[in-house]
Design a protein around this ligand. Structure first.
Ligand code: C2E
Ligand code: CA
Ligand code: CA
Ligand code: CA
Length: 277
């Protein structure tokens, strides 16, 4: 090998070793983070496209590690899925979000709270009972909870997803199809799925101004969704102009940095006060 290639190879190996070490550290620290209450939920508002009224929030998990710093869910959720720790993450997220929602209800905030599920959660036969127990303990109507599953998680095992989502929906829980448009499902394939809400992926929303073809795709998806009696959500709204376009297209709900980033519970409450005051 030429000297230059050797150097490149060494750098590459060092880089991938660092990646490997980091993944190992994250995986090793995760069980303790779950058990020791080191995870935190942040909440991002979901608003009515027509009135701007706050309808609810999506719960998004955060992990601040004393040595490794902030570990983003995009990094640790896939690892937790591989190790099986995801089942405990999901239970913690559900329990915490339901408790928070009950507290907000007592404070006079009626909010729909959404929680994310992984594909692996759909295989967990006892998840339905667990969520039902949590709701009952807090005397929270199941209708106030939304579970978000990605299109790709559903397509990974369509039959399993159909079965589990039907059980969850029988309790009264709302089901949202997340990241819609990034998988390979057609609405025709999904028409038999027990789903209430379609969340258009951010990639369509961010280019809404620039690309006329994306505009056509978004518009026809919204129309089709409404014909199938699905409520529609656009996520990744970063500019007011996108809001206007989506309003003209009849989108129901918006979420994105333009309104707010995901916020810690106390910050979210503050944000709510400013919104209404
Ligand atoms: P997601 O479910 O699609 O969540 C939306 C992500 O987009 C969030 O990233 C949110 O902070 C970000 N986002 C929201 N509005 C905007 C915007 O206007 N512009 C941009 N650029 N980004 C925006 P986050 O919190 O880093 O989460 C990333 C992903 O990690 C989530 O994507 C979800 O797939 C996963 N995740 C997060 N929390 C959980 C959880 O509790 N359980 C599971 N299974 N997955 C989770
Ligand atoms: Ca989501
Ligand atoms: Ca999404
Ligand atoms: Ca996503």
């Amino acid at each position: 090998l030429a000297q230059q290639d050797k150097q490149l190879l060494a750098e590459y190996q060092q880089g991938s070793d660092e990646n490997y070490m980091r993944r190992l550290q994250v995986l090793q620290a995760l069980p303790e983070a779950i058990a020791g209450g080191k995870l935190e939920l942040h909440y991002q508002p979901k608003l009515s496209c027509n009135s701007g009224e706050v309808l609810g929030a999506e719960a998004l998990v955060r992990w601040h590690h004393p040595q490794l710093g902030v570990i983003r869910p995009d990094e640790f959720i896939p690892l937790a899925e591989q190790s099986g720790d995801i089942l405990r993450v999901t239970r913690w997220v559900c329990e915490t979000a339901i408790n928070q929602q009950q507290y907000w209800l007592e404070q006079g905030h009626q909010l729909q709270v959404a929680v994310n599920l992984s594909a692996i959660d759909l295989q967990d036969a006892s998840l339905v009972d667990f969520i039902q127990q949590q709701l009952a303990q807090r005397r929270l109507p199941a209708q106030n909870l939304t579970l978000e599953v990605t299109e790709s998680a559903v397509m990974a095992d369509l039959e399993q997803a159909q079965k589990r989502l039907t059980e969850l929906r029988a309790l009264g829980i709302k089901i949202a199809l997340d990241d819609y448009g990034t998988g390979y499902a057609s609405l025709a394939q999904l028409k038999h799925l027990p789903v209430d809400e379609l969340k258009l992926d951010q990639s369509f929303i961010r280019v809404l101004q620039a690309d006329n073809k994306d505009r056509i795709i978004v518009h026809s998806t919204l129309r089709l969704a409404h014909q199938l009696q699905l409520s529609t959500v656009a996520e990744g709204v970063e500019e007011e102009s996108a809001w206007r376009v989506l309003q003209d297209m009849g989108c129901d709900t918006l979420q994105g940095y333009y309104f707010s980033r995901p916020l810690a519970a106390a910050e979210f409450e503050q944000w709510l006060m400013n919104e209404s005051g």
